[in-house]
Write a protein of this length. Sequence first.
Length: 373
Amino acid sequence: MTITRVQLHEVRLPLVHSFQTSSHRKSSLDHILVELTDDDGRSGWGEIASPADPYYCAETTDTAWLIAQRYLVPRVLEAHWSTPAELESTWGKIRGHEFTKAGFAGAAWDLFSQREGMPLAATLGGSRHEVRAGVSLGIEPTVDELLAQVAKQLSAGYHRIKLKIAPGWDLEPVRAVRSAYPEIDLHVDANGAYSSDEDTVAYLRQLDEARLTMIEQPFTPRDFTGHARLQQRLDTPVCLDESVVSLDDLETMIALDAGRILNIKVSRMGGLTTAKAAHDLATAHDIPVWCGGMHEFGVGRAANVAISSLPGFTLPSDVSGSDKYYARDVIVPPVTAHAGTVTVPDAPGIGHEVDREWVAQNRLRHLDTAQHD
């Protein structure tokens, strides 16, 4: 297979409800859609879901555009490949920039699945026809407003509630939600906002009383030893997210017992190939996994649904319906959840059509490069 044309579409969509983490608040998102056209005229779609600012990770939308245009597009147009892994090997020497790579890898998997006449989920080895979805709720101005958001999402049938926490917004909101809903699947995510000193470890031990499913990424990404110390002191499982970018990172997590649950984000790990390998390794070590999200548009969300169909994804994943985030998504039909469950598409590829007109209306910039241009 060869790619004859590569297009990049940077698109901005407003969020239906602004979202605040430990680092910042956002009311809209800018993501880059990758469109690869093969020699038979098929288009495969992937999504570079990097943040606009360097708070979650070092990558941003602007760095992704630069790396894509300067380094990945030329390699893709020169490559001859039969599997996504073969295409990914063409950019193997590029260090980092996992979100950018994930967008191109996603488009390759979509094309490959279409050519095989199989749904993306089946191509990856998925066995579920539907996946359980959870929701992630940001930091709200007041605890009452947070409780209102929790009530709204539970009434929609979602199976798990994740709360963003940060110093100054942790024990009080967590206790309030647990008091109001004693039996729900509840976990928290700090996005690395805490230091790993002894006082903080002792403070975070108070979260055990809330009977959380997990505490996700309390410390900075490279602080494996701090996470290991915390895990030794907690009954609640520690879940790593930003810390695990590669399979080597996962091996370190396992060796140090720095986490007992893994959040697999396709974008963070450079694409579906590495994400699937992480699933396989974690499953072999009896580590539960779930699929985290980056508020993806429908293209990336469909890829998340597909990988969540693999057997090791035993916890609810961040694959909630598109309407939780966007009044109108870039795919048709949008991803929908019914009673907190999302059906895995059975059409070839990602199983959705891209709404080209809507993409064009919301596009901030566009790159169109063909062979011999």
